[in-house]
Design a protein around this ligand. Sequence first.
Ligand code: CP
Length: 311
Amino acid sequence: MIGKDFLGLCDATAEDIVTILDTAVGMKRLLTQNLKKLPHLQGRTVTTLFYENSTRTRCSFELAAKYLGAGTVNISASSSSVQKGETLIDTGYTLDAMKNDIIVIRHPMGGAPHLLAKHVRASVVNGGDGMNEHPTQALLDFYTMREKFGGFRGLKVAILGDIKHSRVAKSNLFGLTKLGAEVVLYAPATLMPQGIGRMGAKIARSREEALSGANVVMGLRIQLERMHGGLFPSLSEYARYYGVSEEHLRFADKDCIVMHPGPVNRGVEFTSGVIDAENSKITEQVLNGVAVRMALLFLLCKNRQGGSGNE
Ligand code: CP
């Protein structure tokens, strides 16, 4: 059951995930008909509270809320009273006092959305917390996979890149294993978190093994901002030994799709040829992100005390 908040896929059930994906199908239909003045969230307010940079997540939550008729407010930590020493919880109380309904938060500290959710009346959505989770990114990834393959059972999803620092990898792993897909990870040993195999992932010993027969080839960004040096010799060496080119893609299933949460480091995780190939879903993922976030905001508002989202 989707409750007051949406904090991660670690605690979500397969049914929760499928409910959001099913709701997103209708939202994408509306989007593709260019219907962007919908009544579902009329009278509601959605605030994005971002303590880290973002293009896709923040923009798509704002557009999703606007398309459904909600009022929106954007707060960046760099331009807010956080700079004057205000705490996260006091910021939450301030938004509550203004009758805000939903806070979408991105924060460099894992667990920050969970802390905020315990203290505020508003529904809290995790827009990415440190190296912990990025659940709505994983939901849009699942939507993109289901749209292509119809389901998850028997799918091989190869995830290559900076697994250690990636909240996207963790949310994908939590969700995909619940949905019945096989998740295979490949990274330099220094970018592979210890114990991830116990969470249901298979660790590949080579790029070829990871890609062999894969239905989905997902690259993850090398997160230089979370590294403190020395995890691999250079970006060009990373690209040579761990990056994916069109030649490497020949190991994957012939109907495979290529995915990346963005932002992409062109020529590092994937060559430009892979990023721009016909089977690349990277742009489609962005569109699906709006549909999935519309669905999630709608379902959360429906659950809130004081009435449903307007059908
Ligand atoms: N995929 C993702 O979270 O992108 P942004 O950092 O641009 O939001």
